[in-house]
Design a protein around this ligand. Structure first.
Ligand SMILES: *[C@@H]1O[C@H](CO)[C@@H](O)[C@H](O)[C@H]1NC(C)=O
Ligand SMILES: *[C@@H]1O[C@H](CO)[C@@H](O)[C@H](O)[C@H]1NC(C)=O
Length: 614
């Protein structure tokens, strides 16, 4: 339901107020002509229906329905009453609104067309209905090679899906070329060139539905914009700046196998039949300073044509677009304020601009339009002929003090038919316009004051900044020393483990366990040695560390010596135990090392404590 053009929030509102209508009625569809146009990737169905009131009570609404399978893809509906024929034909727009009714089959969407005059017994009215569907042509096969043509499948009902009895009806499907691979035959069915015709069928009851499938060639561009963000910024100094961020994808059959640019360039129409190279953007008249860029930079292979009524920009992504390929880019341009911003009779200002994409025949899955009002604008509101999600944001740019109000409109499933004018009204006092120049004046004044004081306090400023830098460096040195202490503590813990492993060995005689402990110790000593080295390098390079460097060096040296001694002792003991030497013999072998080790331990402890004072 979201796809009908009402965001989820609006839809909730609709649920509450959706008018309950009675489907059973005395209306009869006397004649239906349905023309389904599948020549592009957007499916447009124009249905002309003549409705008669055969009952005694007057009718003021005509109901239309869409079957479950189509509801999700329905992007747009429009209805008009047709009077007269040929040259005298007059069409009068009629409001179409979603409606609700009991007793409808599940998932069926119901709309109510409000007639401009009530239909009495025996009266008829002719209504022309336009319904537009997106993502309704399914590529088959889903993947094709560079040189293959794209084939797609379209499904629909051969019978007009209506809540009323339909007396006579025909349906024609217009395909882009006469290559129709296959189609469902429902007598009478006929193909003439690029047109498939179902019917006439007579006297079908309400909700008759008979599916058909048609499989045909369609090499038209399938440009789908996953997301388009349009930023519109109003400056009362004479400009409306528009920036459009676009994420484009080719929505057709995916390209399989490689892409050969050489083949493509030699014969693009054959070796790239399903691809498209360019997109045409119809910009508003008077657009100036037009640019087009992607992540890499400006793209100059775009062509700009303009006359008094329009500006056309033909953009060309860096590579041709094949099925599944994507491109993201930005186009930007300025518009003269006087052509798009007006003053209403009640003094409000309003922007009047088209809502949707400037690109020809694209589907936009998600459109976000952001209108940034001048600073100081108040009470904005939007008028737009279909429903959209709305909220407001605040945006700051240079010189803004209180920020600009940004009106954000978003809508899913957008088609070119949505490219209608919308208005953003807001209150604005001209005094606010002075805010920016005033800011400039104040800004310059402050700047001059700053210059004056700078020249007075020049020396002190630069001095204090030097001392600030020194303070930072001192803190860095302190951090490094803490890190060094931390590493030393880790290495101390390793030493303790080694000593423990030796006493365990004396107790249990388990040489293997002792060797395993040694291995673990070696590994962690190696790791910590690496860390130690980087800390040392930092301290050696820092000017603020020079006075502590001798103490640090001594600590590192002594600790290394101690660690080496301990490892030596460890090796001797393990070796001796392996050789099953007596206890006494072992003790005498390590006696001198033991003495030295005790001495070194003391020295290291003292040096490490001294570090605390740094
Ligand atoms: C791209 O083009 C715009 C408008 O012509 C220009 O302002 C901008 O500097 C260009 N950027 C680069 C990177 O060339
Ligand atoms: C907005 O501009 C269009 C085209 O110029 C015009 O037809 C339409 O009446 C304008 N709408 C309003 C509310 O001014």
């Amino acid at each position: 339901m979201d796809r009908f053009g009402m965001g989820s929030k609006c839809f909730l509102l609709f649920l509450l107020v959706l008018p309950f209508v009675c489907v059973a009625s005395d209306l009869v569809v006397v004649k239906v002509d349905r023309k389904i146009d599948v020549t592009s990737h957007i499916v447009r169905v124009v249905t002309s229906l003549k409705v008669e009131n055969t009952g005694s009570s007057a009718a003021s609404n005509v109901l239309i329905t869409f079957p479950t399978g189509q509801v999700g893809n329905l992007a747009y509906v429009r209805a008009a009453a047709i009077e007269g024929r040929g040259k005298n034909k007059v069409s009068l727009q009629l409001p179409v609104n979603p409606a609700q009714s009991e007793g409808l089959p599940d998932g069926v969407a119901l709309f109510s067309i409000a007639l401009s005059k009530t239909l009495n017994n025996g009266d008829t009215v002719t209504i022309e209905l336009l319904s537009v569907f997106t993502h309704s042509l399914m590529p088959l096969p889903e993947e094709i090679s560079q040189a293959q043509s794209q084939l797609v499948v379209y499904r629909d009902s051969a019978y007009f899906f209506s809540p009323y009895l339909v007396k006579v009806q025909t349906t024609t499907i217009k395909t882009p070329s006469s290559r129709i691979e296959s189609y469902t035959k429902i007598d009478p069915t006929k193909v003439v060139d690029a047109e498939l015709k179902y019917g006439p069928y007579e006297n079908l009851p309400a909700f008759s539905f008979l599916p058909f499938i048609v499989h045909f060639e369609n090499n038209q561009p399938f440009p789908v914009v996953k997301e388009l963000v349009r930023e519109i910024e109003i400056s009362h100094w004479g400009n409306v700046q528009i920036t459009e961020h676009c994420h484009l994808v080719h929505g057709g059959a995916r390209l399989k196998g490689g892409f050969s640019r050489i083949e493509y360039q030699a014969r693009p129409n054959i070796r790239g039949a399903s691809s498209f190279r360019t997109l045409l953007a119809k910009l508003p008249p008077g657009a100036h300073s037009v640019y087009y860029r992607d992540e890499i930079g400006n793209i100059s292979t775009s062509h700009l044509r303009s006359d008094a009524r329009k500006t056309e920009l033909e953009i060309e992504p860096r590579y041709p677009m094949f099925g599944g390929w994507q491109a993201t880019f930005t186009i930007g341009y300025g518009l003269p304020l006087k052509d798009f911003l007006f003053q209403a009779s009640d003094g409000k200002r309003y922007l009047n601009l088209t809502f949707a994409s400037p690109f020809n025949d694209v589907i936009i899955d998600k459109l976000i339009v952001k209108v940034a009002l001048p600073e100081g604008s108040k009470d904005p509101y939007v008028t737009i002929p279909f429903s959209v999600d709305q909220h407001q944001e605040i945006k700051y740019s240079y010189l803004d003090t209180i920020g600009r109000t940004v009106v954000v409109l978003s809508k899913t499933n957008v088609v070119p038919e949505h490219n209608m004018f919308f208005q953003v009204y807001y209150n604005f006092s001209s005094f606010s316009m002075l805010a920016e120049p005033l800011m400039l004046v104040i800004g310059f004044f402050v700047f001059f004051l700053a210059c004056i004081s700078y020249s007075h306090f020049d020396f002190s400023i630069s001095k204090s900044s030097v001392s600030y830098l020194a303070k930072l460096q001192r803190e860095e040195v302190q951090d490094a020393v803490r890190h060094l202490q931390n590493i030393m503590n880790q290495r101390l813990a390793v030493s303790e483990k080694l000593e423990t492993s030796l006493s365990d060995l004396a107790r249990t005689g388990d040489v293997q366990a002792c060797k395993a402990s040694r291995k673990a110790a070696d590994a962690s000593l190696k790791d910590t040695a690496k860390e130690l080295k980087s800390v040392l390098e930092f301290l050696q390079s820092s000017s603020q560390a020079s006075h502590i460097l001798p103490r640090v060096d001594e600590l590192v040296h002594k600790e290394k010596e101690k660690q080496d001694k301990l490892l030596l002792k460890h090796s001797i003991v393990v070796d001796s135990v392996d050789k099953k030497l007596p206890r006494k013999e072992i003790d005498s072998r390590i006696a001198t090392h033991e003495q030295k080790l005790t001495l070194l331990k003391q020295e290291v402890d003292e040096l490490l404590q001294a570090m605390d004072e740094i």
